[in-house]
Design a protein around this ligand. Sequence first.
Ligand code: G6P
Length: 605
Amino acid sequence: MCGIVAAVAERNIVPVLIEGLKKLEYRGYDSAGVALLNPTLTRLRSVGRVAELAAQAEGQVAHHGIAHTRWATHGVPSQRNAHPHVSGGLAVVHNGIIENYAELKAELQAAGYAFSSDTDTEVVAHLISETLKTVPELFAAVQAVAKRLIGAYAIAVIREWDDCIVVTRHGAPLLLGLGEDGNYAASDASALIQVTRRMVYLEEGDVAELKRGTVRIVGADGTAAERTVHESTLSADAVELGDYAHYMQKEIFEQPQALAATLEMIGGAQSLTPNLFGVAAPEMLKDVKSVLILACGTSCHAGMVARYWIEQLAGIPCTVEIASEYRYRVSVPNPEQLVVAISQSGETADTLASVKHAKSLGMGRTLALCNVPESAIVRECALRFLTRAGPEIGVASTKAFTTQLAALFLLAATLAKQAGRLSADEEAKHLVSLRHLPVAVQKVLALEPAIKAWAGRFADKQHALFLGRGLHYPIALEGALKLKEISYIHAEGYPAGELKHGPLALVDKNMPVVSVAPNDFLLEKLKSNLKEVAARGGELYVFADADSAVDEEPGLHVLRLPEHYGLLSPVLHVVPLQLLSYHVALVKGTDVDKPRNLAKSVTVE
Ligand code: G6P
């Protein structure tokens, strides 16, 4: 989703802005632009990759500027819609959606402003210009304009002959970077670690003024605000591609380390403790009678797996809701319920809004399960568990998912312990299984050559079906999501038992059917479902366990995972599905890390 970088410094900030945009590329975008002050305004914009903008900016020198990657919402991806948008001598970049833009646009058109784009952002630029007629200071004008905007936004503004950058945020992320030789702002820390590790996370409604030597922040209430300075621990290497061809490939292969880092805190532990989820957890996780999980996309699939674990281990009812549905539906609130928000980025607008909605209904026991410390969702929740997958750049989520699963298993086992349903023996066994996960995943990765050989058979297909049962039904959903996201093959995940109630009608030799077939109590049932596919001429690709009694036959291809992993088996079984979609996408030649139309951090609803 849109990314912002802003800089005012002693050094030439053009390379900083370009490098920052490159670091934000993973968020997803379709055009890019930059506005520089020298001290008059120079604006450069391009459709496509940041590399094209970098070529245009070659040789430019400036000490003051704003830059942007745009993911189209209002108006098609095009040069005229790319940010920055200008009005008179000022330039604006914006992330988010201004919901009342049509009404503001009509007002500004009536006042004589001509619009040269279809964006909601241009409204902000003209509105600031108009406000400056009566409120001449840029900072005060932005404050006044922010009060008139409805929606979610992060905004950065510069004006010719001015020595500052003014930024504000409401519902979209923006942080400041405090450097030695200047000050910076960006949508996330990865864009700024090139210049500083000292970060300030702006709060809702904050307006900040950045000059070379000073930063001033005023809160939503209009009074001067002190915000904590955080030292970012983000590693610069974590976002480098290294020897890999794509971030997705890198992230699939990083899963053993990501799991090991996430599970480090139980490394030497003999027992589970609720403190893993924060200081208030012993009190808040006590007597939990039901759990509500809120998430979007892949994170929601992790929640669906957790539902099986929580109900089976802890005996506590658990529901999983897609955040964008929950936030707008009339539901029956339960103030005692534990609300778990799962999010890789911690920024997803719908997930964040769904937590706020739950809180507004009196549900205060909130837990964020997140990969980004200090993200909006983490800050919104009373408890937190941080997965330590490291930055995930590929739009298709991989290592975030498996680390979420590990964390959710810890939660389920902890709730089981709190509920008095976990014997010391079982607890010890779960801890051993969790600690062995990185090695187990490493072994699954060794299946890559065999999976690659299968991928060629999918590349010319229009549709694919993914089947699973029980714990592995959400894994089938996740496998289908991965394939559609990056290879653009229409894929659906289905609980295998439901096949005969509809999707069986689609099965023929042209539709590959992928099945997750671990050696669990549902295997025999699943095999009957596979027979139904085979009887209709469907081509089956089965991911079984070493000891699953499923044999190759014509039309039935089997790959075996090295070991059977019991309740934690979904963590292993998703890995070959990630690899399958990756290799199918490679054969098809799609843009693996930045699939068309999708974004990594979805900061708009
Ligand atoms: C986008 C990403 C997905 C992700 C989803 C939820 O759609 O492309 O990979 O699963 O958002 O994101 P979150 O950061 O909340 O987990």
